[in-house]
Design a protein around this ligand. Structure first.
Ligand code: AMP
Ligand code: MG
Length: 408
């Protein structure tokens, strides 16, 4: 039995990229960039008016000129057809390019306007600055500057940025092929009749949901009864994937065949059992397999065999599977936050205990959510985070700080 942080370390050491692929921008939402992105030109690309108003020459203000002839009106996207000289100005709109002959923009509110001329208002005379209300070319980024230098997810702001930079295709991390296998004679698919001693397969949906939320799809799903031959047969197929997630059959019962069958099939054990509650029986291992392309080096299949209780599945997903997949994609691994408890909590096990909490408020506090043991199908429904009641500590009091993993 190992500490869960040690288990995390062992798993993160195995993390490796699943390769790269080039995708059109429209297919990149939620994917992880695998290239350095540089500015294709200066940003802003031209001196941009940041206010609706009048563009003119600062030197005219120094000469005490206050009345200007409007030489031209410039809308966003327009190119000026002439330069201005002393006593002239452009009427200009936000987003328009400020011609080189002007070097500041005065807000519309600060002038008296007529169709052909404008006069500066006396009351706002002071404080004019060179380049006032102009975002200067290259002041945000210079052409060639690195804009994104490490793997990051294509979230809305990143998508907007890529479009700005003219990227029509991007190199992204390939997604792993993930196989999910649930086990248990008592577990039946939702939608089929369920006898009084059977339960519905909820973990299939819980685990698939946790993966989908992070942008992963299942390559295959299978359910196996508690029978070594059936497990072996289903597993042989699943082990051709990059990641195999199993659920159930890993603890100490007479029907818990999963670890034995995995080892028989050549999966090398990384650890069996973590000193946590719930979720203790977890078994993790790794197996080399030949690459689909014989020219490529062999790859590894990572195997997570989780206990069957729904809350244990959730805990293991957050502690092990998510960090592993993040690391494989080159993303920063989510770290827990230290936050104060909103109320007290009794210690129930000498191990590191994970419990569902509602993280809420400003400043944020954690309120434990009722969970009647790891088999409670409600899974701490109102919870939005998982908190740690550490081994070696006593009961928690309100305001005690604990670590918590947000999962929404
Ligand atoms: P096990 O880890 O196989 O000993 O299962 C622990 C508990 O989780 C048992 O009560 C199982 O019935 C339940 N369980 C196992 N697999 C599933 C599943 N796929 N969906 C819901 N509950 C499950
Ligand atoms: Mg079972």
């Amino acid at each position: 039995m190992i500490d869960y942080r040690q288990a995390q370390q062992l798993i993160l050491q195995q993390a490796q990229s699943f390769g790269h692929e080039e995708l059109p921008l429209e297919l990149a939402f939620g994917r992880v960039l695998a290239e350095t992105i540089r500015a294709d030109r200066d940003y802003p690309p031209f001196p941009r008016a940041t206010m609706d108003g009048y563009a003119l020459r600062y030197s005219d203000l120094e000469k005490n000129i206050r009345r200007f002839t409007i030489a031209e009106t410039l809308f966003a996207g327009d190119t000026a057809t002439r330069t201005i000289s002393e006593g002239e100005c452009y009427k200009i709109m936000t987003g328009a390019a400020v011609p080189g002959s002007a070097d500041l923009v005065i807000r519309r509110e600060d002038v008296k306007e007529s169709p052909a001329t404008m006069v500066l208002r006396d009351e706002v005379e002071e404080g004019w600055r060179l380049f006032q209300n102009i975002a200067r070319r290259g002041e945000d980024l210079q052409a060639g500057a690195v804009v994104i230098d490490r793997n990051c997810r294509c979230e809305p702001a990143v998508m907007g940025l890529l479009a700005t930079l003219g990227k029509t295709t991007v190199k992204v991390e390939k997604l792993p092929r993930i196989s999910l296998m649930t086990t248990g004679n008592e577990v039946v698919p939702v939608g089929t009749p369920v006898s009084p001693v059977q339960i519905r397969n909820s973990n299939r949906w819980l685990l698939e949901g946790a993966l989908k939320k992070e942008g992963f799809d299942l390559a295959s799903f299978a359910h196996a009864p508690d029978d070594p031959a059936a497990l072996r047969q289903h597993l042989q197929q699943a082990l051709t994937s990059d990641v195999v997630i199993l659920c159930g059959g890993v603890s100490a019962g007479d029907a818990d065949y999963v670890p034995g069958v995995l080892e028989e099939l050549g999966v090398k054990k990384l650890f069996h059992k973590m000193a946590i509650r719930p979720g203790k029986p977890t078994w993790c291992g790794i197996r080399s397999r030949l690459h689909d392309d014989p020219g490529q080096p062999s790859r590894e299949t990572m195997v997570f065999a989780l206990p069957g209780n729904p809350f244990s599945c959730l805990v293991n997903t957050i502690l092990l599977i998510q960090p592993y997949l993040q690391a494989c994609l080159g993303l920063p691994v989510s770290q827990p936050l230290g936050l104060p408890m909103g109320e007290s909590r009794k210690k129930r096990s000498p191990l590191d205990e994970f419990f569902p909490v509602h993280l809420f408020g400003a400043p944020a506090r954690l309120t434990p959510v009722t969970l009647n043991g790891s088999g409670d199908i409600r899974l701490g429904r109102q919870a939005n985070a998982l908190a740690l009641h550490p081994a070696g500590s006593g009961d928690l009091s309100a305001d005690d700080e604990v670590l918590c993993y947000s999962f929404v």
